[in-house]
Design a binder for this molecule. Structure first.
Ligand SMILES: C[S@@+](CC[C@H](N)C(=O)[O-])C[C@H]1O[C@@H](n2cnc3c(N)ncnc32)[C@H](O)[C@@H]1O
Length: 394
């Protein structure tokens, strides 16, 4: 490991070290060229609504990230990978999306010479429907429930194997294996040969990771509470870094997380017997992160799902048209939802109620800033409006 002793570690385990530092400075002064196998990280996102640790906004995101990108390229081994978990953001005051995370990807590839090995999407099935103003109040957008995970590399051939991250077969694949499959050419032109009948005992995962972010009573959270430390507000679940650490590194290799927060990456790397380095500039987060390492082997990682039952949770995803069996009965909002239809009650054709559908007065959206603050205020304001409209009807 090309780490010198100039920066003293905040905490050390057998395999890893935590540093309370500005990771840009740390890389520049402490990490040698081509010495890291995997950079696995979730940087501060370019959000409109700021996190406690202070995010950069979407407009200046590329400029802020550029020097980090340069260092990442320098410290990665030629066959190493850079994996960035990054959430999208909404533009201020309107139901449109920022392009900042796509611009970041383009900057990393076009300006800094990274290759996009693959884009992976982390779907959080437990994500709340936000921003409430666009999703639950005006109903003009759908729930934003995926983060992009950019898997980048210095060459087109980073070390990788999908054999490390196989999944159980789906029921339909088990049926296909049981009942056999007629080899034929699909309309798309793909030739489905008899090889599809071979039972490989597991399936190759898609580029969609279904991982709920629902930690609510973990050892980490209890530890922070007991010690009066802040619980990190933007933790990713261990299953996200685990997928990449398994697929892209071998035991003993070096994993680096420059924006480590509560050091989930370090915890997973330690369990998987990789060497690791975690940096964060906020000491309180690192103080809480020690919960992940306090017990030592063998009771380390008390929250890791040990039993197969937890590991076998799978998600049923409905076909998009599962409820679309008739013509649309709800007229689309005029002006794309720019006016706010308040407390509207749309009568479903199957409804037994004889009463007419009630449309309450429409209110025009306030100028940008206000509209946005209402979006952030969530359902509170909509509840208020609904109550008022009910009173009127009565
Ligand atoms: C999205 S959070 C990472 C959360 C982490 N993945 C976890 O699961 O706990 C980003 C972190 O980057 C840290 N950070 C921001 N700029 C930094 C810098 N220049 N050097 C080190 N850490 C930084 C913030 O303090 C914050 O904890």
């Amino acid at each position: 490991m090309a780490i010198t002793k100039r920066n003293e570690a905040y905490f050390e385990t057998r395999l890893g070290r935590i540093y309370c530092v500005d990771s840009l400075e740390f890389m520049r002064t402490e990490i040698g060229d081509a010495s890291v196998d995997l950079i696995m990280t979730s940087p501060p996102f370019g959000l409109v609504r700021k996190k406690a640790y202070g995010n950069v906004d979407a407009e200046s995101y590329g400029t802020w990230f550029h020097p980090f990108g340069l260092e990442f390229h320098r410290i990665l081994k030629p066959n190493g990978s850079l994996v960035i978990d990054i959430g999208g953001a909404w533009n201020k005051g309107q139901p449109t999306r920022s392009l900042y995370h796509f611009e970041l990807l383009i900057m990393l590839c076009k300006d800094l010479g990274f290759h996009l090995a693959q884009e992976i999407f982390w779907w959080n099935p437990s994500k709340l429907p936000t921003p409430a103003e666009w999703v639950t109040v005006r109903r003009v957008r759908v729930k934003d429930a995926v983060n992009c995970v950019w898997w980048l590399s210095k060459t087109p051939w980073p070390k990788a194997s999908n054999r490390r991250v196989l999944l159980p077969y789906s029921d339909s694949m088990k049926n296909l294996l049981k009942n056999g499959y007629k080899a034929k050419k699909r309309p798309s032109g793909h030739d489905i040969s008899t090889k599809f009948n071979i039972n490989n005992k597991a399936s190759i995962p898609p580029n969609l990771l279904a991982v709920p972010n629902t930690e609510s009573n973990s050892h980490y959270l209890r530890y922070c509470k007991e010690k009066g430390l802040p619980q990190h507000p933007a933790r990713f679940p261990g299953d996200v870094p685990e997928f990449f650490i398994r697929m892209l590194t071998d035991p003993g290799e070096i994993v680096f997380d420059p924006f480590a927060g509560s050091c989930v990456t370090g915890e997973v790397a330690e369990r998987l017997k990789r060497k690791w380095i975690c940096c964060d500039s906020v000491e309180e987060y690192l103080a809480g992160a020690l919960a992940r390492f306090e017990n030592g082997d063998p009771t380390l990682f008390p929250e890791m799902p040990q039993n197969r039952h937890v590991r076998e949770i799978c998600y049923k995803i409905f076909h998009p048209s599962a409820m679309w069996d008739r013509l649309e009965y709800d007229p689309l909002p005029v002006h794309g939802g720019r006016t706010r239809k308040l407390g509207s009650k749309v009568r479903h054709p199957d409804s037994e109620s004889k009463s007419k559908p009630t449309f309450v007065r429409e209110r025009v959206a306030k100028p940008r800033g206000k509209a946005h603050s209402r979006a952030n205020a969530g359902t509170k304001s909509s509840t208020k409006f609904k109550k008022r409209s009910t009173r009127k009807r009565a």
